[in-house]
Design a protein. Structure first.
Ligand code: ADP
Ligand code: MG
Length: 255
């Protein structure tokens, strides 16, 4: 193999919960600078697929490779450290912390010199902290959060918290980012801002998986769409093709 560059390859992923097959033999490849949408009805296995890829669940079958290395079944923090980072459907932010503090939490696990080393003020740790703070400012700007950076996150509107969730994931310096319904509950203006952030991440060369239900939002963003139904992949291709696909219409778009 070519080592896969920094692509993430999931091959033949199957995940069961007792008798339920939540994900059935799904293969897909996420490449740098490409946005792949993952869509399908509620319960079709989208979040479970992300949970398998990011080490929250170990699959019953299949393999996840990143940069040519087998990362299947690695614990989630090791998957994140390797550069594969996700956001959650329900934002997981620390309520009384400011936006900036929440973003710093995303950065912190990536610090080589953390904890004791930072306390002892080793030169490497100081340089790294300074670089990290500069990166936080850059991500705040990119996420349109500069103005609210020092406000407690729980005083801000839902859409702003969702942007902070994506910003925090970016601070972990991912190569691959998996966004689980980041646009859920956003206003149109907030969705435009999120779309711009996702375009910026694509331009930065991230490989992106985007779970979402808004077809017009996806149509302007994505390079490829994958449709799940009852855990099985029923379509892979472009959005226009998906909209005309009989199986997709029956399972997902038809109502
Ligand atoms: P989606 O994200 O597409 O809405 P999920 O991946 O959350 O779907 O769920 C796929 C199926 O797996 C659903 O039937 C759901 O009830 C089931 N499921 C998800 N997580 C668990 C779990 N931890 N235990 C048991 N069943 C689960
Ligand atoms: Mg889900």
């Amino acid at each position: 193999p070519d080592g896969g560059g920094t692509a993430l390859e999931a091959e033949g992923i199957t995940m069961r919960f007792g008798g339920l097959v939540a994900v059935a033999d799904v293969s897909l490849r996420l490449e740098p600078g490409r946005i792949t949408a993952l869509v399908g009805p509620n319960g079709s296995g989208k979040s479970t697929f992300v949970n398998v890829v990011t080490g929250i669940y170990r699959p019953a079958a299949g393999q996840v490779r990143f940069g040519g290395h087998d990362i299947t079944g690695l614990p989630d923090y090791q998957v994140a450290t390797a550069g594969v980072v996700r956001t959650f459907q329900d934002p997981r932010l620390v309520p009384h912390f400011t936006v900036r503090e929440n973003l710093l939490l995303g950065a912190h696990r990536q610090l080589r010199h953390s904890g004791l080393a930072a306390t002892l003020a080793l030169p490497g740790a100081i340089a790294e902290e300074a670089a990290q703070l500069a990166l936080v400012d850059a991500v705040l700007a990119l996420s349109d959060l500069t103005e609210v950076a020092d406000r407690p996150i729980d005083t801000l509107p839902y859409g702003t918290r969702r942007m902070a969730e994506v910003g925090r994931a970016l601070l972990a310096r991912p190569r691959v980012i998996l966004l689980d319904e980041p646009a859920a509950g956003l206003s149109e203006a907030e969705m435009d801002r999120l779309a711009q952030l996702i375009r910026d991440m694509k331009a930065m060369g991230l490989a992106i998986l985007l779970i979402d239900h808004h077809m017009d939002f996806l149509a302007e963003l994505v390079d490829e769409v994958v449709v799940l139904d009852s855990g099985r992949m029923i379509y892979r291709g472009d959005i226009a093709g998906m909209r005309g696909d009989a199986q997709v219409i029956a399972a997902y778009l038809g109502d």
